[in-house]
Design a protein around this ligand. Structure first.
Ligand SMILES: Nc1ncnc2c1ncn2[C@@H]1O[C@H](COP(=O)(O)OP(=O)(O)OP(=O)(O)O)[C@@H](O)[C@H]1O
Length: 261
């Protein structure tokens, strides 16, 4: 059986514009797949298809070989979590509470009753809290657990958003432009973190990384798919992609050598 997430000949049209043109790709069950491409190539549309925000006109998705019809509110139950552009943290909750919201589908009594301290939810709340703290610790930001997100630098807030996604114990993590707004040093730290996710213990997860930032893609991906005008123009290892003339052409000679942002 084919493991992991796969797209089969997915086509999306907006009026007369074909945003995805029979796109096929596979995210290995234990690896990182990067999707890159110039502006307007269809990266966000592809991300939205996998999240269930956009329904393809034709083609299909499978997860471990079974048909997948993603719906945004059911992703976590399918073992899929995502971060979106920007951090999307709840400003009225602490860092820890934000991360706890990522795992509420695992709680029997629900997060709201946990927040309001209803007795039957006590055990759930303690379990959620312990798990959220462990994830914050893993990401090196447990010291900020009680802080309000607005008081923290962007790079830390972005890590909190990642922690919230990981708190759901996903088998597949979808990252939409996680390097946006980060400096070079923060991108290096992020690269190290993302590279380790497929070997995470105890909750390993595959990654689909949609990203402009070439440094990050080249540093962390096992495989890369390149889109241009909605079509897959190349796929392979980062080295193969770097040497592919079609990719260089698509970027109009913009460095595919790691220096482009
Ligand atoms: N909701 C929409 N309605 C109409 N056209 C859309 C819509 N969303 C995207 N498009 C068009 O589809 C094409 C692909 O857009 P998409 O945002 O997926 O590309 P992208 O690779 O993410 O680009 P960028 O790197 O600039 O974010 C573009 O031509 C865009 O203008």
């Amino acid at each position: 059986m084919e493991q992991g997430l796969a797209l089969h000949q997915v086509r999306v049209r907006f009026g007369g514009l074909t945003a995805l043109d029979d796109v096929s790709l596979r995210v290995p069950a234990t690896g990182v797949l990067g999707v890159i491409g110039p502006n307007g190539a269809g990266k966000t549309t592809l991300f939205n298809v996998v999240c269930g925000f956009v329904t393809p006109e034709s083609g299909s998705l499978t997860l471990d070989g079974r048909p997948l019809r993603p719906r945004p509110h059911r992703l976590n139950r399918l073992g899929i979590a995502r971060t979106l552009q920007g951090t999307g943290l709840f400003p009225g909750l602490t860092v820890l509470e934000n991360v706890m919201t990522g795992a509420t589908h695992t709680a029997r009594a629900g997060f709201l009753s946990a927040l309001f301290g209803l007795p039957r939810s006590d055990r759930d709340e303690r379990r959620l809290r312990r798990h959220a703290l462990a994830v914050l610790d893993e990401l090196g930001i447990a010291g900020h657990a009680d802080a309000a997100p607005a008081t923290l630098p962007f790079a830390v807030r972005q890590r909190v958003a990642l922690a919230r996604a990981l708190a759901a114990r996903p088998r597949l993590l979808l990252l939409d432009e996680p390097a946006g707004g980060l400096g070079a040093e923060d991108i290096d730290d992020l690269a190290e973190l993302v590279r380790g996710l497929p070997r995470r213990d105890p909750d390993p997860c595959a990654v689909l990384l949609v990203e402009h930032h070439m440094d990050l893609v080249m540093a962390v991906c096992d495989e890369v798919t390149v889109l241009d005008f909605g079509k897959v123009i190349a796929s392979g290892t980062p080295e193969q992609i770097r040497d592919d003339p079609a990719v260089t052409d698509a970027y109009l000679g913009a460095a595919v050598d790691g220096s482009a942002t």
